[in-house]
Design a binder for this molecule. Structure first.
Ligand code: DGL
Length: 262
């Protein structure tokens, strides 16, 4: 049986991670799950996010997935610890925040401010702050709740004035905190980079996806059949496959069927 890497997110955001994984492992076989029925995750409770993610992991296990990438900061923040215990020995899971925290703060000086744009659930968990401070205790981490950004991407509101104003208000917060760098702490946000840069292009925006993909390649338990697949990707969503294709089309050309799984 062929082996896959499973990649999950609430919607199209995880495609920003999938693109990097495919670039890093072009012949690998990937299975992507966008939980569009339950999106956005960021305004849900940790218990809800845990149960949505658990269902996806059970589906992955049925599909012979051995390695899973949480291409979702929110799930990594609030559900990883518990799920990693429950699926130990069955799945090797790569949680986004914990895997990239060190790189996110590299080359900053003590007392520098690192802003993190993230969903409300991620901000409330303080997972970025906790993980970054394990490596760099003297860096100030300012986690900023960017509720509403996910909808800009999912609903393709790139030309919308209110969307622009919302983005500007969050960048103003980062600037007034003195941030040198902003971590894009939600996988939907790299798709807003042009909008971010149109507000301020002096801040450094850090997209963790590239770093995550390199670590997955080094650490995943893959047998040689994974690399004999010519980069096939299978897509699954829990609602509205065609809407998913439309939202993705601004940055990811999805060929073939998007399967609907309830
Ligand atoms: N893209 C996800 C993240 O990285 C989830 C966003 C959401 O559904 O609120 O957090």
């Amino acid at each position: 049986m062929k082996e896959y890497i499973g990649v999950l997110d609430s919607g199209v955001g995880g495609l920003s991670v999938l693109s990097e994984l495919v670039m890093t492992m072009p012949k690998g076989k990937f299975l992507y799950f966008g939980d569009t029925k339950n999106m956005p995750y960021g305004t849900k409770t940790p218990e809800q996010i845990y149960s949505y993610t658990k269902k996806i992991l059970q589906f992955f296990v049925e599909k012979n997935v051995k390695n899973v990438v949480f291409a979702c900061n929110t799930t990594s923040a609030v559900a990883y610890d518990r799920l990693n215990r429950e699926f130990s020995g069955v799945l090797k899971i790569f949680p986004l925040i914990q895997t990239v925290a060190k790189s996110a703060a590299e080359n900053l000086n003590d007392n520098d401010v690192l802003a993190v744009f993230a969903t409300r659930a991620t901000v409330n968990s303080h997972k970025y702050e906790t993980e970054i401070k394990r490596y760099f205790p003297a860096i100030n981490v300012d986690e900023i709740d960017c509720t509403g950004f996910v909808e800009i991407v999912e609903n393709r509101l790139y030309q919308d004035k209110e969307a622009f104003d919302l983005i500007k208000s969050k960048i103003d917060l980062a600037l007034s905190a003195g941030a040198k760098r902003v971590v894009l702490g939600c996988t939907h946000y790299p798709y807003l980079l042009d909008m971010f840069k149109s507000v301020d292009c002096n801040i450094e925006y850090f997209n963790p996806a590239g770093c995550l993909a390199k670590i997955v390649k080094l650490q995943a338990n893959l047998d040689s059949s994974f690399y004999e697949n010519d980069g096939k990707i299978e897509f699954f969503v829990s609602k509205n496959p065609e809407e998913f294709r439309k939202s993705a089309s601004a940055f990811f050309d999805i060929q073939g069927t998007i399967n609907l799984i309830d």
